[in-house]
Design a protein around this ligand. Structure first.
Ligand SMILES: Cc1cc2nc3c(=O)[nH]c(=O)nc-3n(C[C@H](O)[C@H](O)[C@H](O)COP(=O)(O)O)c2cc1C
Length: 245
C-alpha cells in the first residue's frame, strides 16, 4: 500500500510535525511510505504523488487555531488536481498544537474533512495531539536519560556493585515517568497507524495529549519558551560576543 505523508510545518528544523511524520513512517510496517515537506518539496511532484497514493496523511501543526497559510494554498491546488485526475485517496490527519488540550485541534481536523468533501477524497479520521512541542522534547530527553541511567548502572556493576533492582532504580523510575507522560499518545497514535496499515476508516476523530498536569505544563512551557526564544533570538550569544566597533 502506498502512503503519502504530508508534513505541513513551515519549520525546517526542530519541527514536531516532522518528528511525528518519522514516527508514523516507522510504524507503517509493510507499506511503501513517502514523506514530503509541503513548504519545500516541488509542488507538481507532490500533486502527481496523489495519483498513486492509497492513503494520504496530513501531519500538521495548529497555527492560530487553523492551518498555516502555505497549507491552505497547497490544499486549493490539490483540490483542483484531485477533481481533474479523479484521485480518491483515503485521507487521515494528525494535528498537533502547543497548548495542552488535544481537543483544540477539533476544528483543524474538521477543515480536512471538509476539504475531502470538496476534493472527492475519502475522509478516514484524524487525531489531535495536545502539548506537541513538549511531546517532541520529552521524546528525546527521556530516552537519553534512560540510556545514561543504564550506562551508569553497568558502570557500577563493573566496579563491583551487587546486581539487584536497586541498581537500576533510577532507570526504572525514568521509564515509568516517560510511560506515564506518553501512554495515551502511544495508544492513540498506534490506533491511527493500525487503521492506515489496514486501510480502514476510523469511527471518529480522537484526541490525546501529554499526560502532564496542566498547572505543571504551564510552568515548564513558560520556562521552555523563554529559554528557546532567548537562544533563537541569539540574545545570550550577543551578550557573550565581543562588542563590534
Ligand atoms: C504562528 C504560530 C501560531 C500558533 N498558534 C497556536 C494555536 O492557536 N494554538 C495552539 O495550541 N498552539 C499554537 N501554536 C503552537 C504550535 O501549534 C506548536 O508549537 C506545534 O507543536 C508546532 O508544530 P511544528 O513544530 O510542526 O510546526 C502556534 C505556533 C506558532 C508559531
Amino acid at each position: 500500500m502506498n502512503v503519502l505523508i504530508l508534513n505541513g510545518s513551515p519549520r525546517k528544523k526542530g519541527s514536531t510535525s516532522a518528528a511525528l511524520s518519522k514516527k508514523l513512517k516507522r510504524q507503517l510496517i509493510g507499506c511503501s511510505v513517502e514523506i514530503c515537506h509541503i513548504i519545500s518539496a516541488p509542488e507538481q511532484e507532490m500533486l502527481e504523488k496523489l495519483k498513486t497514493a492509497d492513503s494520504v496523511v496530513f501531519v500538521q501543526p495548529l497555527y492560530v487555531d487553523g492551518m498555516p497559510s502555505h497549507v491552505i494554498d497547497f490544499l486549493k491546488k490539490a483540490e483542483a488536481f484531485c477533481k481533474e485526475n479523479g484521485c480518491k485517496p483515503k485521507v487521515y490527519a494528525v494535528s498537533n498544537n502547543g497548548f495542552i488540550e488535544g481537543k483544540q485541534n477539533a476544528v483543524h481536523l474538521e477543515q480536512f474533512r471538509c476539504w475531502c468533501e470538496r476534493a472527492g477524497a475519502e475522509w478516514a479520521g484524524g487525531i489531535g495531539v495536545g502539548g506537541g512541542e513538549m511531546l517532541r522534547v520529552i521524546s528525546w530527553i527521556y530516552p537519553c536519560l534512560i540510556l545514561v541511567n543504564f550506562a551508569a548502572s553497568l558502570f557500577y556493576l563493573t566496579k563491583g556493585a551487587e546486581l539487584n533492582l536497586q541498581l537500576f532504580s533510577q532507570m526504572l523510575q525514568n521509564i515509568g515517568v516517560y510511560a506515564f507522560f506518553c501512554w495515551h499518545f502511544w495508544l492513540t497514535f498506534g490506533a491511527l497507524s493500525y487503521n492506515i496499515r489496514k486501510n480502514r476508516k476510523a469511527k471518529k476523530n480522537r484526541f490525546t495529549r501529554v499526560f502532564v498536569p496542566a498547572f505543571l505544563f504551564i510552568i515548564f512551557a513558560d520556562i521552555f519558551m523563554v529559554i528557546s526564544s532567548l537562544l533563537k533570538g541569539r540574545f545570550v550569544f550577543a551578550l557573550l560576543g565581543k562588542c563590534k566597533k
